[in-house]
Ligand binder design. Structure first.
Ligand SMILES: *Cc1c(COP(=O)(O)O)cnc(C)c1O
Length: 380
């Protein structure tokens, strides 16, 4: 059996909607399909103000511009995340201060954020790794107490909740990704959610390349002009048409992914106890979205040996982030530090194959290979 790491899911309607967009004669952005997607996010998640972007990276860049960084401002960012989470704020002139993961999960927590606070801290970015919610209660207390702007990089967290509240609705701003590897995709795409009403007008201007074109199209002004900074953040109708086809099937997609995560969890749970590897900590305060399934090995050698063993059995499993606080770029202008949990997750975490339609047979095959590895190969 050959098990890929990821298989993008297609509903079959993507090309119909793209054809529809072409036939309508409107293929640039902010047309019918852009608005249909945005209306979907308003209705399903209550994201009253959201803007489609060409990627989550772009949405993070918009959030960083909206923060209005002043000289010396610091932004706290998880070390264990994708490079864009940090890059966006670095580009806007912020000093990045990296927070460690928790012991029990790759997510940051209130304590690891608190260790990064200074007089200059302006904002805190959190990542809900694997679509599993950060522990929001203490984090919200902390950001309120220190008057910080909270930004959720919810790239992996569509459809996930903290208690009964959707992830992406906690921060002043939040971002999502529709990259091919995420649950819902249009190849490359993203979303900026602006929960803070005071930032919405400016967000729309940035999105319209620094012009008041949004106000013009609502006939609030008679011409549109250059009024602020901005860039080309707005995806074409072709991307939004593709995405809309996926959104219409979101419940089916989620059902399949969540079931796959559940199967993994049921089958691997007993092995985890027997062989001592770690499983995702899914706290009872959150509902997760089946974005990914990972294990944590005892050390990097065991993890790399497991990746190699699975590859020989044609199961594609991968490691994840190299911690950003140790990256060549960051250490070129910052002292080296140690963040033990982020480094441990980087060394020990392995992501197992996960995609829409992954059946019990495939999952059982992957699990039996993991079991084989631990029974026969792993040292100790
Ligand atoms: C995927 C991902 C991104 C980047 O998303 P793009 O849409 O590819 O720009 C950023 N942050 C996290 C946590 C991600 O998982």
């Amino acid at each position: 059996m050959n098990i890929p790491f990821n298989k993008p899911f297609l509903t079959g309607k993507e090309t119909d909607y793209i054809r529809e967009a072409i036939a309508s004669g409107w293929i640039s952005g902010d047309g019918v399909f852009t608005r249909k997607c945005q209306a979907f996010f308003r209705q399903r998640y209550g994201f009253q103000f959201n803007l489609m972007t060409t990627s989550c990276t772009d949405a993070l860049e918009m959030a960083a511009i909206l923060l209005n960084i002043r000289d010396g401002d610091e932004v706290i960012i998880p070390s264990f995340t994708f490079v864009s989470t940090a890059n966006a704020f670095h580009r806007s002139g912020a000093k990045i201060v990296f927070a460690d993961s928790s012991e029990e999960s790759p997510n940051v927590n209130a304590e690891s954020i608190a260790r990064c606070l200074s007089r200059k801290t302006r904002a805190c970015v959190i990542v809900h790794y694997a679509g599993i919610s950060c522990n929001m209660g203490p984090i919200l207390d902390l950001v309120r107490q220190h008057n910080l702007v909270l930004i959720e990089d919810a790239a992996q967290a569509i459809e996930s909740t903290h208690r009964d509240q959707w992830l992406g609705s906690f921060g002043e701003m939040s971002t999502f990704s529709f990259h091919e590897t995420k649950n819902i995709t249009c190849g490359e795409g993203g979303l900026l959610v602006v929960n803070d009403e005071a930032l919405r007008e400016r967000a729309e201007i940035l999105w319209h390349k620094g012009t008041n074109r949004g106000a013009f199209s609502r006939k609030e002004v008679s011409k549109y002009e250059w009024v602020d900074t901005g860039s080309s953040f707005l995806p074409s109708e072709l991307c939004s048409a593709f995405l809309y086809a996926q959104l219409e099937h979101i419940e089916r997609i989620q059902k399949s992914r969540v079931a796959a995560a559940q199967h993994y969890s049921n089958l691997l749970g007993p092995l985890s106890a027997r062989y001592g590897f770690g499983m995702p900590d899914v706290p009872d305060y959150g509902r997760q979205n089946g974005h990914m399934f990972y294990l944590t090995c005892s050390n990097i050698d065991e993890r790399n040996a497991l990746i190699r063993f699975l590859a020989e059995k044609r199961v594609s499993a991968v490691f994840h982030y190299l911690p950003l606080h140790k990256s060549p770029f960051y250490t070129s202008f910052n002292p080296r530090r140690q963040l033990i949990n982020a480094e441990r997750y980087s060394d020990c975490l392995i992501r197992l194959p996960m995609y829409f339609g992954m059946g019990l047979t495939e999952i059982e095959y992957v699990v039996s290979q993991v079991e084989d590895f631990y029974r026969n190969i792993a040292p100790g």
